[in-house]
Design a protein around this ligand. Structure first.
Ligand code: G3H
Ligand code: 13P
Ligand code: ZN
Length: 323
């Protein structure tokens, strides 16, 4: 069945790699995620956001994840699969997902005053742990758009607060802010430099803050949100086939590779998958304008997504061949 994140994170910490947390909203994304993780023998966290629940229905997504467990076995490898609520914003939403059978939830109180974040997170942990469901909390605010919470600037996680937060709340993992953000435009062009080819080079992640956090809570699982790399070949392909993405920039993969060897045990990737699917769909529509069978464009999108996620587990997170 579905598993919580406890054992996954313990092994990831010891083995110095990170578990991929990929978002899904539909069958093709689920198939690509499971197909990739079975082929590379990687544990995986399937994430459902509030937006995904609205789009696809919580019940359908929950049973799709249950089906994914059987699907993985059918494909030949019984990989550990965790079903996680991404950016839960209320106690009631977390309870609803736990009652429905999610094995892990995030309560994102990062936009609240500190003591309110502590109180809300603790309340969710007390409920979740009765059902052996793991809980991710968050301290610090990511720049950009966090679901409905709009944060203008990044507020890095204060290392002075992390020990108090994990002790008071009892959370199983902690999402931190060290310079990542959501979406395909993670930095404004004026925050970046340009390399010889005119490609935007973002400022590096704050590894100094991460190291200080690790010193304060040794061995505690850390989570990185907003960790898409926004591959420039995908951006170029989208724009070549009629897209209009401007100044798209992400987190360089070598920085994520480095983070994965630290206490970072879970790395969230969604936008890169959206780019890969969009590039594949646009290519089909540009080259075959008479095509109207959804399988003929969602199929190539699914294939592209699977290849991308295989690459992530093998070359970025180091989670391949851990099952
Ligand atoms: O945290 C954001 C994830 O990429 C999910 O995005 O809220 O549009 O489903 P979404
Ligand atoms: P990206 O937008 O960088 O893919 O981040 C996804 C995420 O953090 C989901 O919670
Ligand atoms: Zn996120």
């Amino acid at each position: 069945g579905l598993v919580n994140s406890r054992e996954m994170f313990k092994k990831a910490m010891e083995g110095k790699y990170a578990i991929p947390a990929f978002n899904f909203n539909n069958m093709e994304q689920m198939q690509a995620i499971i197909g990739a993780c079975v082929e590379t023998k990687s544990p995986v966290i399937l994430q459902v956001s509030s937006g995904a629940r609205k789009y696809a229905n919580q019940t359908l997504l929950r049973y799709m994840a249950q089906g994914a467990v059987e699907y993985a076995k059918e494909l030949g490898c019984n990989i550990p699969i965790c079903l996680h609520l991404d950016h839960g914003d209320t106690y009631e939403l977390c309870v609803s997902c736990i009652e429905m059978g999610f094995s892990s939830v995030m309560i994102d109180g990062s936009a609240l005053p500190y003591e309110e974040n502590v109180a809300l997170t603790k309340k969710v942990v007390e409920y979740a742990h009765k059902y052996d469901v793991t809980v991710e909390g968050e301290l610090g605010v990511l720049a950009g758009i966090e679901d409905d919470v709009v944060a203008a600037a990044s507020v890095y996680t204060s290392p002075d607060l992390v020990e108090d937060f994990v002790k008071k709340t009892g959370v199983d993992s902690l999402a931190i802010s060290i310079g990542t953000s959501h979406g395909a435009n993670k930095f404004k062009p004026e925050q970046c430099t340009r390399n010889a080819d005119g490609i935007l080079v973002p400022p590096p992640l704050r590894f100094d803050i991460l190291e200080e956090i690790e010193r304060r809570i040794p061995g505690f699982p850390i989570v990185l949100h907003g960790s898409s790399s926004v591959p420039q070949d995908q951006v170029a392909k989208i724009n070549k086939y009629g897209g209009a993405l401007k100044d798209a920039v992400g987190i360089p993969e070598e920085q994520l590779r480095k983070a994965a060897t630290s206490a970072v045990c879970k790395i969230n990737i969604d936008s890169d998958g959206r780019l890969a699917m969009t590039a594949a769909v646009r290519e089909v529509f540009a080259n075959k304008p008479a095509e109207f069978d959804p399988r003929k464009y969602l199929g190539p999108a699914r294939d592209a997504l699977k290849e991308l996620y295989k690459h992530k587990t093998i070359n970025v997170l180091g989670s391949a061949n851990r099952v």
